[in-house]
Design a protein around this ligand. Sequence first.
Ligand code: ADP
Ligand code: MG
Ligand code: MG
Length: 201
Amino acid sequence: AAQVRGADIRAFLLAFREKLAAQEAHLTALDAAIGDADHGSGMLRGANAVVAALPADGSPGALLKSAAMSFISKTGGASGPLYGTALLRAAAALPDQPQVTRPELQSALHAAYAGLVERGKAAPGDKTMLDAWKPALDALDAGKTWREAAGAAAQGAEATLPLVARKGRASYLGERSVGHLDPGAASSALLWAALADTLSG
Ligand code: ADP
Ligand code: MG
Ligand code: MG
């Protein structure tokens, strides 16, 4: 559908939770290598809370706001406030309407990204979640599909392998972070895959 409704945002959040549940051990293994081995469990705890508290209906903005609050309260670590900020900024950027357009959702995702940058003070190339988000947004801006954007996010996450971490816990390892994928970039690729699953049907 051309319009994005509350039900689509609900489906996106459920799909994201499913992917996090399926990849929990993988995300935790990535974080065990260059962090503290809690990214999979933390993200899944947050996403479970999001789904448990999600109102049965509401506007896209209202659902994203609810998700942000649940996520922030349960996830913890670096990723809780970062994803929470992203969801909250996206919610605030959307028109307060029962349905929004895809371009409006796209600009809300830009607002989410701006929130990530403001909160985390990282840049693309620092081996963080931004390395998945930025190529996905660039793909949408170039007129590519949501599925292609999700592919760009996945490639961006893979491309964190040779990078030196410059932010977060992994940065304490310096050069020893090279040769490992960034966990937050990997979970962000799941978020973009969940968006594509919901919007390219
Ligand atoms: P913690 O490191 O507190 O245990 P998580 O393991 O949940 O938090 O999340 C780690 C992820 O958070 C990293 O893989 C990285 O993608 C992301 N991250 C950490 N610091 C920043 C930052 N300053 N900006 C953007 N993303 C960051
Ligand atoms: Mg961690
Ligand atoms: Mg931690």
